[in-house]
Design a protein around this ligand. Structure first.
Ligand code: NAD
Length: 325
């Protein structure tokens, strides 16, 4: 079997052009969406991510600002920086980049976010709304996973509801920002959902579950965690992992996913590459949520019209409910 390559760059380009048009339209009613990132310390992946979202925000015409805090920032100062962005009318969405230094707790920063600017749904109120299937914002990485899956399945002529209802969806990785919300989105689609984490691997259960997956989403941060022999023939495999690996002979650094691409692709029906799969859609989705937040803040035609002005995929339809609270 030769797997279809699910090309995240192409889907992201499509989303990006519609998003740029929407930002242009908002400008005509005096609204400019604004994204703020908060970064503490000098984590290479966090800074690489910050550069990408900055470029995209500027390309599509959004306001952009970055609060770059030193690695030894006190938690109270980091909380104050979040409060300052919350009060800034130019900022409609705030992204707190991980990892944070050990003296700064993620929970403290997330609680300090204005829920209406919390575009990754990490504030307890927004995380709760997501769990209750009333998301204000669907976090960008899991949203991207299901945007890719939905579009791939639709383009193959499938009835999405039927496919998900009949599928065993296995999510490997259970972080609060990727694996757990991805499992919720799979449940919302009516799938049978299995969530695995490092304990599943230690208990010898990981491959039992991955071999039974019709749809496999892997977000563990472990290069080459799953190989061809760990998946079912015909699986649709979405690789969220982004791992920098150094070639011991040449010293060259390459980005790889959590799947051993060649051996999984040899058995899969569809697979996302790394790089060029989930990542590019994630950056774009972050800006989409920023635009939706600007609409909520300025009351421009309601958040729903932002959804309807773009593409009507199921992941989109669930996204921007202007929930109370
Ligand atoms: P995390 O470290 O917060 O969580 C990792 C999860 O994987 C945990 O639940 C852990 O228990 C589980 N895990 C670890 N080892 C495992 C094993 N051997 N078997 C099964 N489960 C295991 O990481 P995260 O923030 O969720 O990110 C995961 C990966 O996704 C990383 O590589 C990260 O760089 C990548 N990522 C990619 C995007 C994107 O847009 N493509 C966005 C966010 C994160």
């Amino acid at each position: 079997m030769t797997a279809d390559v699910i090309d995240g760059r192409a889907y992201a380009a499509d989303l990006r052009s519609r998003l740029a048009a929407e930002v242009h339209d908002l400008a005509s009613v005096g609204v400019r969406p604004g994204l703020a990132t908060v970064i503490a310390g000098d984590s290479y992946p966090a800074h690489a991510y910050e550069r990408r979202v900055r470029r995209l925000a500027e390309d599509i015409g959004c306001h952009y600002t970055c609060e770059a805090l030193p690695a030894d920032v006190a938690e109270a100062d980091a909380v104050a920086a979040i409060g300052k962005l919350g009060a800034d009318p130019r900022v409609s969405g705030i992204l707190v980049l991980r990892p944070l230094p050990p003296q700064v707790s993620e929970a403290a920063l997330y609680r300090a976010l204005d829920p209406l600017k919390d575009i990754e749904s990490v504030h307890p109120v927004n995380a709760g709304l997501l769990a209750l299937e009333r998301p204000r914002f669907v976090p960008s990485t899991p949203a991207s996973v299901f945007h890719l899956l939905d579009r791939y399945l639709e383009e193959a002529g499938h009835d999405l509801g039927e496919v998900y209802r009949c599928s065993n969806v296995v999510i490997v990785g259970r972080s609060a920002n990727v694996g757990k919300p991805a499992a919720m989105l799979a449940m919302q689609r009516g799938a049978t959902v299995v969530s695995c984490d490092a304990n599943s691997d230690r208990a010898g259960l990981l491959h039992v579950h991955t071999r039974a997956a019709d749809i496999l989403v892997v977000a563990a941060g472990v290069p080459g965690l799953l190989r061809g022999e760990h998946v079912k023939a015909g699986v649709i495999a979405i690789d969220v992992g982004i791992n920098a690996v150094t070639d011991p002979d040449t010293g060259a650094v390459a980005l790889v996913g959590d799947l051993d691409y060649a051996s999984v692709a040899a058995r899969a029906r569809g697979i996302t590459p790394v790089p060029g799969g989930v990542g590019p859609v994630t950056y774009t989705w972050l800006l989409r949520n920023t635009v939706a937040a600007a609409r909520l803040a300025f009351g421009v035609a309601g958040a729903r019209s932002c959804t309807e002005g773009l593409t009507l995929q199921p992941a989109d339809r669930m996204r921007a409910v202007p929930a109370a609270g």
